[in-house]
Write a protein that binds this ligand. Structure first.
Ligand SMILES: C[S@@+](CC[C@H](N)C(=O)[O-])C[C@H]1O[C@@H](n2cnc3c(N)ncnc32)[C@H](O)[C@@H]1O
Length: 194
């Protein structure tokens, strides 16, 4: 069965990411530290691919008050809705002081358009993502999951379920895109295809 961000995942989400996403807490703490130094507590912050809103709740507990969460699967956040975070399946027209886009773009078939859209509505954009890497890195990644308590069967099953629903690119493509912008990047990709 294909991987789905559904209600059953939303219930176990916070434990699941710790076993499946390397550097999860370190990355979120980096985002919080960045915001602590640069983003006023009332400035709008968007988490694109917010899942259950877990990251935004960390921002709320540190005093930020203008928090927006976007996720294409509303069942991920519906059981966690509160008066503090404004959730939606679409990006609301705002100028965000900070946008987080952590571990979401690899699920977006049109990720370059999505990044372009996020750049246009954000003063600062933080991206982290699953990228295309070598066989050795893949082996180390799977071993890391086992070290976190996953069984080999769970690792294999998750890999199978994700087949065909991830759109992976090397880090260099992201850097190239961010340096060149949408039009130039697309021109370059078209040239490589022909
Ligand atoms: C691995 S989780 C993201 C982790 C989250 N940012 C965090 O910090 O814990 C990926 C999320 O992206 C959402 N997602 C996938 N494709 C999306 C899209 N095109 N637009 C918005 N959200 C998307 C999924 O529903 C899921 O909740």
């Amino acid at each position: 069965m294909s991987w789905k961000f559904d209600e059953s995942i939303s219930r176990i989400y916070e434990g699941h990411v710790l076993q499946h996403i390397p550097l999860y807490e370190k990355t979120i703490n980096y985002c919080l530290d960045y915001a602590e130094n640069h983003i006023p507590k009332d400035a709008p912050i968007l988490d694109f691919g917010c899942a259950t809103g877990v990251t935004l709740r960390k921002f709320a507990s540190r005093g930020w008050t203008n928090l927006w969460g976007v996720d294409s699967s509303p069942v991920m956040y519906q059981n966690y809705e509160d008066d503090i975070i404004k959730y939606s399946t679409n990006i609301e027209p705002e100028q965000y002081a900070l946008t987080l886009c952590n571990w979401t773009l690899h699920f977006c078939p049109n990720k370059w358009l999505t990044i372009d859209q996020l750049l246009k509505c954000s003063k600062t954009l933080i991206i982290s993502d699953k990228t295309l890497h070598s066989k050795q890195q893949e082996i180390a990644y799977e071993q890391w999951k086992i070290d976190q308590g996953c069984t080999r069967e769970e690792v294999e099953e998750k890999k199978r379920s994700l087949q065909g629903i991830m759109y992976l690119h090397p880090v260099a493509d992201y850097i190239d895109f961010l340096e060149k912008g949408l039009t130039e990047y697309q021109k370059r990709m078209d040239k490589l295809k022909n």
